[in-house]
Design a protein around this ligand. Structure first.
Ligand code: NAD
Ligand code: ZN
Ligand code: ZN
Length: 356
């Protein structure tokens, strides 16, 4: 492996002879990740190298490691798309960030910048996009390589360990509430109070909505109330459709639970004219939605995929202003497999942030 330092860098962060670093690698779907030395590749045009300080564990990383979705990543690969760290090296053409900047590395790792989606503020729909921790290596490592144009600077006012969950869970639910069109006094049903859901509750409330939170664990519902949910429903004990219809029905429902049944319950919880936002991506890819009721009740169903760089800047601005709370616990990157097991079992308050 040749030396990687052809470009300006800070010796404080990168030893010039660094040829490998530690990262968590998926070698085979459904096998545990292995934390091992991986080669430090030279930067290509437009790229930056980042020393990772914190990287959130999104449920999407678990789907990636399992090969859950119709479009699969190609092992071996490094997951992680809630990465935050310090830029230590730049390709010569990078102008967007400087060495020493703290940046966030989100799911949208690269987009073309010129297609109809990119120029209309929908870069997240770009057909040329690359995704961190999926189509390109992600942030579950001591270092990560990203595109300077698609990282987002983290303001001084935002703690890097808060910035990590905001980089996917935050921006995704901030965007989902925008897509839902929540306005003051709307009843917003948030299905799933995990990494995404605990932030969705807060963004819905910031938009003026009244929130009903639904989960299958009482501790999650307790947290939901602390974060501003006015009503909660434990779907393991009570029918959420009946409970939410008794409140008058939801103006918007946001499906964040990794279970098709929750999507169907979210649909059933809507009032006439309501909007259902699909966000979660369970391995089981099908739901049953009735045509007749959708037409007669004037229901809107919309998919929402992460958010743009601009959405993430707004998310950081809100957090820096003290408007949101990130509930997270820190674990060592070496404990990534135990962390995954805890997320799947619902044993995590909201988000685990891995420290390389
Ligand atoms: P998470 O595991 O942290 O949270 C899921 C929550 O749903 C948990 O609190 C769990 O207890 C709850 N839940 C499980 N079954 C339920 C049910 N039947 N009813 C109600 N609640 C239930 O996961 P996360 O990181 O918040 O991600 C959620 C989903 O969103 C994943 O599928 C992930 O891949 C997807 N995701 C989508 C986007 C996007 O852009 N659309 C972005 C990020 C994540
Ligand atoms: Zn594009
Ligand atoms: Zn994510």
């Amino acid at each position: 492996m040749s030396t990687i330092i052809d470009h300006p860098s800070t010796d404080e962060f990168v030893a010039a002879d660094m040829t490998t670093y530690r990262a968590a690698v998926v070698h085979e779907f459904h096998e545990p990740l292995t934390v091992e030395q991986v080669p430090a590749v030279p930067l290509a045009a437009g790229q930056v190298r980042v020393r990772v300080e914190a990287t959130g564990l999104c449920h999407t990383d678990i789907h990636a490691a399992r090969g859950d979705w119709p479009v699969k990543p190609s092992p071996p690969f490094v997951p992680g798309h809630e990465g935050v760290g310090i830029v230590v090296e730049l390709a010569p053409d990078v102008t967007e960030v400087a060495v020493g900047d703290r940046v966030a590395m989100p799911w949208l790792g690269y987009a073309c910048g010129t297609c109809e989606h990119c120029v209309s503020g929908w870069e997240t729909l770009c057909m040329e996009q690359e995704n961190m921790g999926y189509s390109i290596d992600g942030t579950f490592g001591e270092y990560a390589v990203a595109f300077g144009r698609y990282v987002v600077k983290v303001p001084e006012s935002v703690d890097p360990f808060d910035a990590a969950p905001l980089t996917c869970a935050g921006v995704t639910t901030y965007k989902a509430v925008k897509v839902a069109g929540t306005r003051s006094s709307d009843l917003v049903a948030v299905f799933g109070v995990g990494g995404l859901g605990h932030l969705a509750i807060q963004y819905a409330a910031i938009a003026g909505g009244r929130v009903v939170a639904i989960d299958i664990h009482d501790e999650k519902l307790e947290l939901a109330r602390e974060l501003g949910a006015e009503f909660t429903v434990n779907a393991a004990k009570e029918d959420p459709i009946a409970a939410i219809q008794a409140l008058g029905g939801a103006d918007q429902a946001i499906a964040l639970a990794v279970a098709p049944k929750a999507f169907e319950q979210a649909y059933g919880s809507l009032k006439r004219g309501g909007t259902l936002v699909f966000v979660a991506l369970p391995a089981d890819n099908d739901v049953t939605i009735p045509i007749f009721q959708t037409v007669l009740n004037g229901i809107t169903i919309v998919g929402s995929i992460v958010g743009t760089r601009n959405d993430l800047r707004e998310v950081f601005e809100l957090h820096g202003a003290g408007k949101t709370h990130v509930i997270r616990e820190t674990r060592a990157l070496d404990d990534v497999n135990a962390a995954i097991a805890d997320v799947e079992a619902g044993r995590v308050a909201a988000r685990i942030v891995l420290e390389p």
